[in-house]
Each structure stands twice: as structure tokens, then as C-alpha cells.
Design a protein around this ligand. Structure first.
Ligand SMILES: Nc1ncnc2c1ncn2[C@@H]1O[C@H](COP(=O)(O)OP(=O)(O)O)[C@@H](O)[C@H]1O
Ligand SMILES: [Mg+2]
Length: 243
């Protein structure tokens, strides 16, 4: 079993330091801190309402934290506009997939393309990952199935040349074959040195690909550690995850 060390601030691609995030006057995050090393896959787990999506929204500047700091790739991104954070190389696969319904797949992918200082991806590589995608290019996105939309949403994140991809419950509502493709993509990103923060309800999927696990409850981090000991230990999973 290899030890997975928590990255120090200088080795991290992302570091979140003690953030407090609110919706109006309602506080959703209470002093959340976490960090992710280059090429590391971190699973963010926890029950509904724990603050997982809010953590992603805080990183992306969609719901900026009121207190605390967030650094990406050595730069302070706290309260920077979302488009600047994306342009620096933070990719996002939102839970509602959020693609433009009246545009074709080709157009959705074309407008996602960005250059960053990280590895660039092209459409051909997306077709290698999702073999069905090539044949969907001229379809309007509103006519796609959930699985097809997820392929577009993930490809869009890749074409943005990310150094970090935030996945929000990517396996939700998908057929097992597509879930498998999604998890293979996570591992492919890792091999290419891209970091992943993976929010999942499907604990088995998340543990299958994660290096490290962070568990949230009631807006706080309640556990952090390597994924390995959890993989083969249902009792430990029950204790830490309440499943
Ligand atoms: N738009 C919103 N307005 C007000 N409260 C919200 C909003 N979105 C989420 N919350 C609240 O913030 C808390 C964390 O939610 P969320 O981050 O969506 O949890 P998770 O993704 O872990 O299910 C919950 O108590 C939820 O009700
Ligand atoms: Mg959520």
C-alpha cells in the first residue's frame, strides 16, 4: 500500500484555506480547507446538502466565499470572475451538464476550446474516449440522451485545456457503460497529469479511481485520508461515510 501524503501548499495545484461561503444570509460552508496535488484524484463525498456543490461553486467563483482564500496554480483566485478562473485552466462538469440545448454538439465543443498553460486536448482525443461522440457532432444538444449530454459536457471541459477538472456527480442517471467511460476519463486525466476533484454519490465508483477521499457533512470537512484503506473495508466505509 503506497502512502498518499497530503500535498503542502507549494506542491498543490489547488488549495482552499478555511473558506466560509453563504447563500444570502444562509451559511453553507464553515471553514472548509483542502488541497489537491498535480495529477491527484480526490473524491469529495458526503450526504445531500453537505456542501459539495457549494465547494465547487466557491472554487469557480460562482458563489465566492465570504472569508478564506483559494489558490489555483500558484495564483489567488478568491473572488476572481468565473470566466478568468476557467481561462486559467479550471474545468467544470456541472451536475446539470449545462450545455447549450439549441446548438449542435460541434458548436458546443467549438466554443469550449481554450488555450491554457496546461496540456491541450483536441476533438479527435475526445472521440477516442467517447466513440459515439463523433457521430453526434451535427445533432442539436436538446435531442441527446443523458449519457450523450455527459459525453459533450466532459469533452467540453477537456477542450478547455484544464489543469484541474471539477466533476459534480458525473455518474448520476447514466447507464453502466457510460459510467465506466466517465471513470476511465478520470484515470486518463490523472495519467496526463491533470488533477481531478470528483464529487460522487456512487461511492464504489469514486473509490475505484480516487487517490484520496474527503468527506463533508453539514458544510464541514469531517474526514480526509487515502482511498486505499476504504476500498476493501465496508465497515470503515459505513463509519466514515454513513452508508
Ligand atoms: N441556491 C441556494 N440557495 C440557498 N441555499 C442553498 C442553495 N444551494 C445550496 N444551498 C444550501 O447549501 C447547503 C449545501 O448545499 P450543496 O452544496 O448543494 O450540497 P451537496 O452538493 O453536498 O448536496 C444545503 O444546506 C443547501 O440547502
Ligand atoms: Mg450537489
Amino acid at each position: 500500500m503506497s502512502a498518499v501524503l497530503k500535498p503542502s501548499a507549494s506542491q498543490s495545484v489547488l488549495s482552499i484555506d478555511n473558506i466560509e461561503t453563504f447563500y444570502g444570509e444562509t451559511q453553507a460552508l464553515f471553514g472548509v480547507s483542502l488541497s489537491i496535488a498535480p495529477g491527484e484524484v480526490v473524491a469529495l463525498l458526503g450526504p445531500n446538502g453537505a456542501g459539495k456543490t457549494t465547494t465547487l461553486r466557491s472554487i469557480l467563483g460562482l458563489t465566492p466565499p465570504r472569508r478564506g482564500r483559494i489558490h489555483f496554480d500558484g495564483q489567488d483566485i478568491t473572488r476572481r470572475p468565473t470566466h478568468e478562473i476557467a481561462a486559467m485552466g479550471v474545468g467544470w462538469v456541472p451536475d446539470d451538464r449545462r450545455i447549450f440545448p439549441t446548438l449542435t454538439v460541434a458548436r458546443n465543443l467549438a466554443i469550449a476550446r481554450k488555450k491554457t498553460r496546461f496540456r491541450s486536448w483536441n476533438e479527435k482525443e475526445c472521440f477516442e474516449i467517447f466513440s459515439a461522440l463523433e457521430y453526434l457532432m451535427q445533432r442539436e444538444c436538446e435531442n441527446l440522451s443523458g449519457g450523450e449530454m455527459q459525453m459533450v459536457a466532459i469533452s467540453r471541459a477537456l477542450l478547455g485545456s484544464p489543469g484541474l477538472v471539477l466533476f459534480d456527480e458525473p455518474s448520476q442517471g447514466l447507464a453502466p457503460k457510460v459510467v465506466q467511460d466517465v471513470m476511465s476519463t478520470v484515470l486518463r486525466l490523472k495519467r496526463e497529469g491533470v488533477s481531478v476533484l470528483l464529487v460522487e454519490q456512487n461511492v464504489a465508483c469514486a473509490l475505484g479511481v480516487a487517490d484520496r477521499v474527503i468527506v463533508m457533512r453539514h458544510g464541514k470537512v469531517v474526514h480526509e485520508g487515502p482511498a486505499e484503506p476504504l476500498r476493501q473495508d465496508p465497515d470503515l466505509q459505513r463509519r466514515l461515510l454513513g452508508i
